[in-house]
Design a binder for this molecule. Structure first.
Ligand SMILES: [Zn+2]
Length: 336
């Protein structure tokens, strides 16, 4: 039995706090704050930053945890208020029966993901609805942003943007509306990802997916795609969380060649982004995302096969038959 440190989901714990300038979050370790012993509904900050005593108004209850279990406290400013997150050290492990199944997930161009059996997981409806509204609000924000005139004069400037241009109250209000919608979408996605991830993890022993880099997400300006990517990162976070909780194996594999390689014969079949079908000379013709998902699963199982010296030695003795061997190892790990 090992305990792991995981961030408790503290959203819902809003409290009123006067606006601090230029800070989005403050983090405390085990000192500098005190939880009200009786109610556990009040948090007092004892350092000299002047935050003082705060009331926790959310529905999440930290009553069941000891104060010593709380390893860190983080205050976050969001578009609709202030939030407190508690990092709690708890034993989240839960025993589960091995399923004898492994799955590979590919982030589709159109879908949230496609697995190696060809199952496609659609993006939930709120993606598309939100997309339209986000675009509209974004337009309003840019319209209200006043550009500096040739003489550097702007009517009724009320603040300054990051780059130093004066901005109006109307601009700030529009910006807040946009930020609130982003927040709403992100919360809906969070709930959806959580449900989905729990389902994927509990119905498999091994989950393999691509190790996509966060910087690619930031660079991506196309709205639909970036919403999809962001959804994927949340899903991945929850898959890894439930992986720890249920003692399952989750593997992030390097994304190189997963879409180009043939999952049947290993040949490279060049594709552009618009090629939707994988068609190989070996006779395999399937959806490109399904082919990628199969490659991801293969890669994942091979990666599992490379951990531990005992395994490495046996690999040398047994040759290239890694997927089968890895599956054996996996089921041992799950049952022990
Ligand atoms: Zn092939």
């Amino acid at each position: 039995m090992s305990s792991s440190v995981l961030w408790g989901e503290g959203y819902g714990d809003v409290f009123s706090l006067t606006r601090q300038k230029n800070t989005r979050s403050v983090e405390y370790k085990q000192s500098g704050w005190k939880l009200d012993v009786k109610t556990k509904k009040h948090l007092t900050f004892t350092d000299k930053k002047g935050i003082g005593r705060l009331k926790l108004v959310g529905s999440r209850d930290i009553y069941f945890y000891n104060e010593s279990d709380i390893k860190r406290v983080r205050l976050i400013r969001r578009a609709d208020g202030y939030y407190c997150q508690f990092c709690i050290s708890v034993d989240v492990k839960q025993e589960s029966e091995p399923t004898g199944k492994a799955v590979g997930l590919d982030v589709g161009l159109k879908f949230l993901y496609v697995d190696n059996f060809g199952h496609t997981e659609e993006n939930p409806k709120f993606y598309r609805q939100a997309e339209k509204r986000l675009k509209k609000l974004q337009k309003q924000v840019s319209r209200k942003f006043k550009k500096r005139t040739a003489h550097g004069e702007v009517s009724s400037p009320c603040g300054r943007s990051k780059k130093g241009q004066p901005v109006s109250n109307n601009y700030l209000r529009a910006k807040n509306r946009l930020a609130r919608l982003h927040l709403k979408v992100s919360r809906q996605r969070e709930e959806h990802s959580k449900k989905l991830a729990r389902c994927v993890v509990t119905s498999n022993d091994v989950v393999a997916y691509e190790d996509l880099q966060i910087k690619n997400l930031v660079k991506n300006h196309h709205l639909a795609k970036s919403i999809n990517d962001a959804g994927w990162y949340q899903l991945r976070k929850w898959i890894e969380y439930f992986g720890v909780k249920f003692g399952k194996i989750t593997i992030a594999v390097p994304p190189q060649w997963t879409s180009q390689e043939c999952s049947n014969c290993g040949n490279i079949v060049k594709k552009t982004l618009s090629t939707l079908t994988h068609q190989c000379s070996c006779g395999l013709t399937i959806c490109r995302d399904e082919n990628a998902a199969r490659n991801i699963l293969k890669k994942g199982l091979t990666t599992v096969g490379h951990t531990g010296s005992w395994l490495e030695n046996s690999l040398n003795a047994l040759g290239e038959d890694t997927p089968t061997l890895a599956q054996v190892i996996v089921s041992e790990q799950v049952t022990s």
